[in-house]
Design a protein around this ligand. Structure first.
Ligand SMILES: *Cc1c(COP(=O)(O)O)cnc(C)c1O
Length: 437
């Protein structure tokens, strides 16, 4: 395996066949980042718990190896030695060090995973509806107008983000997985629920699928008059833009997009960009142009992550560049309460300041973005501000989305707490409970 490629940048991985790198390549890669043998071992220990996968494009075009391991894109894809509690890392490192049997390592890793709240916000218990003679696998219906679908073949990504809130999807534990493989069941469910106007295909990454598989899921939906939009949640533009430019089925994929637009529905790409560097490569510019040429709209979203993008300048640059390229900024999320949340969390008060300081500098065309938004059990909650009212410092918040649609867009208050990082940390202000309680 050669990781150091001497070819000119423009003929490197760009336009080449997709190639994945996994945990078995970690030692070679972390050595390139200059980690000590102990740090390399700890990195492998963390990777027994949290999934690791990246690809040649991310390694050669996005990461700045001269800045690794502090480089934000390196931190975005590589597990960090201190991402899990030190005592857990020590136990796992020890098992790896003495080459313990695979089953023993896996059992220890699993014990650590269970402490990490693998399915936050009641996803498994609250959102999966019953229909016909049972639950619909891979389908979530939380807000009236939108159904989420997790196709079985879309439950991986071109590379994994270290902060991923869906990390439990990737570790082969069937109990922790959401996935469906019956496109007609999806169509039938939507047809039986006339309030549904939008289907969001997500994962993992819907764009890991080939054109013929994605077509099997999407084509049956086109005949449904009630559907106004089909959304595709994806990080592929950041991690593998070749999908839309040079992959063997790139042109077929674009024709599928055209067909959806021609059927009279809005095809929205919900593109995940975490850092402005992901917007720089020429192949990305070309992918954006080709997708937009089909009539699809690209909307952008990402969580705010400590040590990766916790700076208003970064968000300002992302929103400006995206708007310039014809993409529409959509959400800034608060990192969810799962996985190594302590490692990546930005307190709500700070998140609000970062959002405001970026938002105030961009034109109205970029102010389509909303946030910072917490996708929590009762709904999506936006932090609107910090103010002093009646002698008390409070957060003002509102629901962008709520299980109870009546509460959407009505302000409510919580006591100011500079350390709060999630909705659960907040206490109601001027009331003895929150509106949804
Ligand atoms: C965010 C989200 C949606 C979509 O909400 P929009 O405000 O329409 O983008 C739908 N379902 C779930 C479960 C969500 O978290």
């Amino acid at each position: 395996m050669t990781l150091v490629n001497d070819a000119a940048p423009e003929v490197r991985s760009t336009g080449r066949k997709f190639r994945a790198f996994t945990a078995k390549h970690l030692d070679e890669l972390t050595a390139r980042a200059g980690l000590s043998p102990e740090e390399q071992l700890a990195t492998r220990a963390v990777a027994t718990v949290l999934p690791f996968r990246t690809n040649a494009y991310v390694l050669e075009e996005l990461i700045d190896w001269t800045a690794a391991p502090d480089d934000p894109i390196y931190r975005l894809v590589f597990p960090q030695p201190d991402m899990l509690p030190a005592e857990d890392v020590a136990v796992l490192s020890d098992l790896l060090c003495r080459e313990a049997p695979k089953a023993e390592v896996e059992a220890a890793a699993n014990r650590v995973r269970m402490k990490l709240n693998p399915h936050p916000a009641g996803q498994m218990e609250l959102n999966i509806p019953s229909f016909g003679d049972g639950k619909v696998p891979g389908l979530q219906h939380k807000y009236d107008e939108t159904v989420l679908y997790f196709p079985k073949q879309g439950q991986t990504c071109h590379a994994y983000c270290t902060y991923c809130f869906r990390w439990a999807q990737f570790i082969g534990e069937p109990d922790l997985k959401m996935a469906g493989d019956d496109s007609h069941q999806l169509r039938d469910y939507v047809a039986a629920h006339p309030e549904v106007t939008s289907v969001l295909i997500t994962g993992g990454d819907a764009m890991i699928m080939g054109e013929s598989v994605l077509r099997r899921y999407l084509e049956p939906l086109l005949e449904l008059e009630q559907l106004e939009s089909i959304r595709i949640g994806t990080k592929s533009l950041a991690y593998w833009p070749q999908k839309f430019v040079t992959d063997p089925d790139a042109d077929d994929m674009l024709r599928l997009f055209e067909q959806i637009v021609e059927s009279g529905k809005n095809l929205a790409f919900m593109a995940h960009f975490s850092h402005p560097r992901e917007l720089e490569p020429l192949v990305l510019t070309e992918a954006v142009r080709r997708i937009r040429d089909t009539g699809a709209v690209i909307r952008t979203q990402a969580p705010l992550i400590r040590s990766i993008n916790d700076d208003p300048k970064i968000w300002e640059t992302m929103w400006r560049t995206q708007t310039r390229m014809g993409m529409v900024p959509y959400y800034m999320f608060v990192e969810r309460d799962t996985g190594p949340q302590d490692y990546f969390a930005v307190p709500l008060a700070e998140a609000y300041e970062i959002f405001r300081n970026a938002y105030k500098n961009v034109s109205g065309l970029s102010r389509t973005v909303r946030g910072p938004s917490m996708s929590a059990t009762p709904g999506k909650v936006c932090v609107d501000g910090v103010l002093d009212l009646f002698g008390e410092r409070v957060f003002q918040l509102h629901f962008i989305q709520c299980r109870d649609a009546e509460l959407v867009n009505k302000p409510f208050f919580a006591k100011y707490d500079p350390a709060a990082i999630w909705l659960d940390d907040l206490k109601p202000a001027f009331a003895d409970r929150f509106p949804w309680q």
